[in-house]
Design a protein around this ligand. Structure first.
Ligand SMILES: Nc1ncnc2c1ncn2[C@@H]1O[C@H](COP(=O)(O)OP(=O)(O)OP(=O)(O)O)[C@@H](O)[C@H]1O
Ligand SMILES: [Mg+2]
Length: 194
């Protein structure tokens, strides 16, 4: 039997509302990739924020957070790593900036509707936001700008974690469906000057 071709480096970027399922699916994908022997790094917005607690939630602060993590992800990707990032990353412009830094940027919109995320309220944050106890909460006081053309869109309302992770793995393997390397590299060269 012929061994499957090794997976190419890429940045798998999970974006979506709080509670949509980014971390849950991203961890499943990470575990599958690690089990396959791939070089993997997982960058979760919450973990990065715990290291840099001064990072706030205003638009400029969220944009800076996304750009920092995206830059780091792009450097790791250039060194042959499959990088998995899970951040709400609500603003299209900063996500597209990161796309420009990366060679293979796989944008995965976890599109679970607000009502379902709020019903789950895993961290109790929607309730606190509705009570006005926290501000700048995406989906309550602040907008979420959905990607126009993500490589993948997953609504977890009626899909298992396993099926969602299967889809991500298929997108990672399906090179031809992703943006041509040349155009992405050109953008990346421009963006690394910033
Ligand atoms: N198919 C599914 N995929 C992912 N999560 C699901 C699914 N079905 C139900 N869930 C549940 O939805 C919740 C998603 O929470 P999770 O922490 O992954 O969200 P998140 O997008 O990372 O949020 P945050 O931005 O606040 O970190 C979990 O409690 C998970 O068990
Ligand atoms: Mg999370």
């Amino acid at each position: 039997m012929v061994a499957p071709a090794p997976l190419k480096p890429a940045v798998l970027w999970f974006t979506g509302l709080s509670g949509s399922g980014k971390t849950t699916i991203a961890r499943d994908v990470r575990d599958r990739l690690l089990a396959s022997g791939a070089r993997v790094e997982y960058l979760d917005g919450d973990v990065i924020r715990s290291v840099f607690p001064e990072t706030g939630f205003t638009k400029p602060e969220r944009d800076a957070h996304v750009k920092r993590v995206g830059f780091l992800a792009s450097r790791l990707e250039h060194h042959g790593v499959i990088v998995i990032c899970a951040l709400i990353s609500p603003y299209a412009a900063s996500r597209n900036y990161v796309r420009g830094l990366c060679r293979r940027f796989v944008e995965i919109h976890i599109s679970t509707p607000l009502a379902e995320c709020e019903r789950r309220d895993v961290k109790g944050l929607y309730r606190r936001a509705r009570l006005g106890q926290i501000g700048n909460f995406t989906g309550v006081q602040d907008p979420y700008e959905p990607p126009d053309a993500p490589e993948l869109r997953i609504d977890t309302s009626d899909m298992s974690v396993q099926e969602a992770a299967d889809r991500v793995m298929r997108a990672l393997r399906g090179d031809d469906e992703l943006a041509p390397i040349e155009s992405v590299t050109r953008l990346g060269q421009h963006a690394t000057n910033v």
